[in-house]
Design a protein around this ligand. Structure first.
Ligand code: A2R
Length: 323
């Protein structure tokens, strides 16, 4: 049987490229300066796409060029980089890479929370600058006695909560639905949870449904002792409102891994010494990125073996899969 033609939009982990190269005719979009001509040539043959946020948003314009597309395998658990409504309209399956990154993202989240409260990056800079030679590092804030509200108690949110249990802090969550099988305090409104907690950890999907979920009112409710950790998507937080809240002392501090316009980060945030800023690294270990990449390849291989997708997203369900 002839091999299916797969388009990769942006470079992925070598493990994915190697696996797909072996199983399919792999076409590398990023290697072509004249994408328009290239897509006219190969577009009609393409039956599968491997994509990631590195490509940007896979929208109707690209779908239009791929009339025989059957499946889009997206790298990452968040898939706001793929127009899933357009995919569904065209009966194209979209897959993501859930679960394999839960522990890595949860580990990093706890690291970011502690780094933000205990000022770990600032302390490192203090030592390197030779300032310890003149005076001890100033005393920091603490996680002790805090109540942490998780915005989005899903797969990753639960892994974060499990770790927080070990830290002996209060744990609450907000989502659109109460989960009967968890013992953490449920808040039907985010505003109510922000009032009741002094740390908010955002770990919802991105996209229009959660855009600016954390806005000026939520930050005000979080209060002057409050800490915001965002490991979801930049769009979940009103970045301008956050900058204002940090400047005015409406909240205490923030630890951010994601931003509105990555990799560009507002200079106002960069200029703030009291916040901790990471370059979207939550799932970014070799181990976990390889596992995510393998799942991209496995989804495509399963599909073209006639066994259905392994991890289709809920907007493009597959009859044989429970989603
Ligand atoms: O709302 P619920 O009860 O369906 O809970 C989901 C929650 N969530 C929301 N919470 C408040 N307002 C919303 N509009 C809203 N939409 C969704 O987010 C659920 O508890 C959680 C998402 O969980 P999972 O689907 O299991 O996602 P996972 O694997 O934990 O990843 C979360 C996100 C990714 O989409 C990336 O943006 C990021 O973490 O890496």
């Amino acid at each position: 049987m002839s091999k299916a033609d797969i388009l990769m939009t942006a470079p992925m982990m070598p493990v994915v490229i190697d696996a797909l190269d072996r199983a399919f005719n792999l076409h590398r979009l990023w290697e072509h300066d004249d994408r328009d001509t290239y897509l006219s040539e190969i577009g009609p043959r393409i039956r599968g796409v491997a994509t990631s946020t590195l490509y940007g948003r896979m929208d109707a314009t690209l779908f239009e060029r791929l009339p025989n597309l059957e499946i889009v395998a997206s790298f990452g658990v968040g898939y706001d980089n793929v127009d899933v409504a357009e995919a569904a309209r065209r009966q194209v399956i979209v897959t993501n890479t859930p679960d394999v990154l839960n522990d890595e993202v949860a580990d990093l989240t706890l690291g970011l929370l502690l780094a933000t409260l205990r000022k770990i990056p600032q302390a490192d800079r203090y030592l390197r600058d030779g300032r310890w030679l003149t005076a001890p590092f100033p005393l920091s804030n603490t996680l002790r006695g805090r109540k942490v509200g998780i915005v989005g108690l899903g797969r990753i949110g639960k892994a974060i909560a499990k770790r927080l249990e070990g830290f002996g802090v209060g744990i609450a969550y907000h989502g659109r639905t109460r989960q009967e099988d968890v013992a953490y305090a449920y808040h039907p409104t985010l505003l109510g949870m922000a009032e009741a907690c002094d740390v908010l950890i955002a770990i919802t999907p991105g996209g229009t449904a959660t855009k600016h979920l954390i806005n000026a009112d939520v930050l005000k409710a979080l209060g002057p002792h409050g800490v915001l950790i965002n490991v979801a998507r930049g769009s979940v937080v009103d970045e301008q409102a956050l900058i204002e809240a940090l400047k005015s002392g409406t909240i205490l501090t923030a630890g951010l891994d994601v931003y509105d316009d990555e990799p560009r980060v507002p200079q106002e945030l960069i200029d703030m010494e009291h916040v901790v800023l990471l370059p979207h690294i939550a799932s970014g270990s070799v181990h976990t990125r390889n596992a995510m990449g393998q799942l991209v390849a496995d989804n495509l291989m399963s599909w073209f073996d006639g066994k259905g997708p392994l991890t289709p997203v809920s907007e493009t369900p597959y009859p044989g899969n429970k989603v």
